[in-house]
Write a protein that binds this ligand. Sequence first.
Ligand code: AMP
Ligand code: MG
Length: 318
Amino acid sequence: MKNNIALDAFHYGMGTQISHRVYGSNAKEALNAAQGEAKRLEDLLSRFIPQSDVGRINASAGKVQEKISKETFCVAKSALEFTRLSDGLFNAAIGPLVDLWDYKHSTKPPSKEKIVQVLSLINAEDFEINSAQMTAGLKRKGQSIDFGGIGKGFASDRFIKIFTDYGITSAFSNIGGNVSTLGSKPDGKAWRVGIKHPRQDGLIGAVAVNGKAVVTSGDYERFFIDNLGRRFCHILNPLTGYPARSGLISATVIADSAMTADALSTALFVAGIEKGLEIIKKCDDVQVILIDDILTIYVSKELNQKFDTITDISVRYI
Ligand code: AMP
Ligand code: MG
């Protein structure tokens, strides 16, 4: 019989809020281990920590390859795979463009000249990883990698692995809106994961899942509005150098792996519906909930019995 006493934990890590709910007798130990893991991963993957693996790779761009941990290698390898899979719309080497747009402080877009100049540095083919040496490096000075679109998903997968190692069979983690579930709820029912309304407080819908990750990329997460009232969001189109304007304002991906869901949701946000569907056709067992700028919701038909809208917004199954 499952132990149905919940233990909740909240902490900060990887630049965002993290919460967990864990059921079972080892819940406390499992939560402590997850919190420690979040710190450990941030120390490896953050580009804002100079001695992290990513910090060192970026500082050594155009000079030397850096020794990296197996975790960083795993994220880097996946980031490059999703770069290829999305024809570069998800881009492992987007760092210089993210720096240029500087969401934390900007109030207006950078100049066209600056964007063109920085775009010439964005080339994921210049990011090389070596599994024999466990090294990684960038070919040109000024280039940088950024795992902001994939790292939280990797951390989510690690949390679920830790819970499993502690004998937990029912849990969920939410890292900055990236939700991962382990098993079902203790009563055997599916978890219901809320999908945020992109233009209002509260939810637009919810999806029932067991043991899956549900990850959303949206233009409401981080953005600034300039003095002409234009919204500039934190997800950038590596082809244009500007924030993605694909017609989608929210892209949710449901997959077994949170890292896959994280990278794909970022890719789909940039790609838009048509190209996005081509991308997910290449992946196994991945479903989507896509919301366009007139608030039509496009939902994978596999989710037909699993997705409910909170409001009477129109849903199209695809
Ligand atoms: P997410 O919220 O998972 O979609 O990730 C957004 C974050 O990923 C941004 O804050 C950037 O750090 C990074 N990012 C922005 N645009 C891209 C892109 N086209 N490819 C990969 N990472 C990106
Ligand atoms: Mg992402």
